[in-house]
Write a new protein. Sequence first.
Length: 285
Amino acid sequence: MSKLKIAIQKSGRLSEKSLELLKECGIKLSNGDRKLKTTAFNFPLEVLFLRDDDIPQYVEQGVADIGILGENEVLEKDKQVKVIEKLGFAGCKLSLAIPKDEYYNGLTYFNQKKVATSYPKILDRFFKSQNLNVEIETIGGSVEIAPGIGLADGIFDIVSTGSTLLMNGLKEVEVVTESEAVLISNPILAAEKNAVLEKLLFRIRAVRNAAENKYILLNAPNESVAAISAILPGMKSPTILPLAQPGWSSIHSVVKEDQFWDIIDQLKSKGAQGILVVPIEKMIL
Ligand code: ATP
Ligand code: ZN
């Protein structure tokens, strides 16, 4: 089988999570210090370690077939690549910020002003779509200091917690777009490589579904089973097993992690007892 080449970030915020995802997909890579590339033992995959900024170009050129990187870089580089799956980590926003004491009256604030950013293409597209005339000052890093040193009136940058903005006397005024890690691919993959990609995607989805869902087990008096089953959606319908104790059943189901806290009180009020919530390792739908 021909090997699929995946590009991941060499070192940075995406590296560890990208490697972890491959590991959770059952793909074993040789340990040792990160070289330029490595091959998986048990899956037709070659891993290239690159700077995230370069990944769109390499995937477009076919140096790598697929890659993992932030959506922000995909949007900024604007290469011929296909986004095939969101991966649910490295979430952040791309926002406009201005000095905190400035009065902000909406987007027209930026008209005729100067904004510093490392994402000029995304920002230019945004201001054009808003019919605003803004001067964009492209800088490589430490964008947040630009207003303080008189280089720009505002900035456009990645915001996650907002603490960097605060430290630099800035406030977030508009979220232009959101970003998370995504899997991208070259738009034209050979059939054999595509088959490997499908296999990988199948595993990634199983891992991600598992992470979002929990297996729930609880005991309930038989007369409550119908009401409790109605609260638990499950993959199909819940599994109901009789307990040794007469008049009681055990109900098993799968719930979304984020729904769990919403339904727990309802379950208890319907008489559920001994509720266990356990992690799922893989989940195939
Ligand atoms: P490289 O050396 O590979 O070019 P980098 O400095 O560009 O690395 P990192 O800081 O490691 O990149 O960030 C990688 C990606 O992580 C960003 O492009 C973005 O998608 C995501 N990210 C999530 N939260 C943050 C954050 N708070 N700051 C910066 N990036 C973030
Ligand atoms: Zn980078």
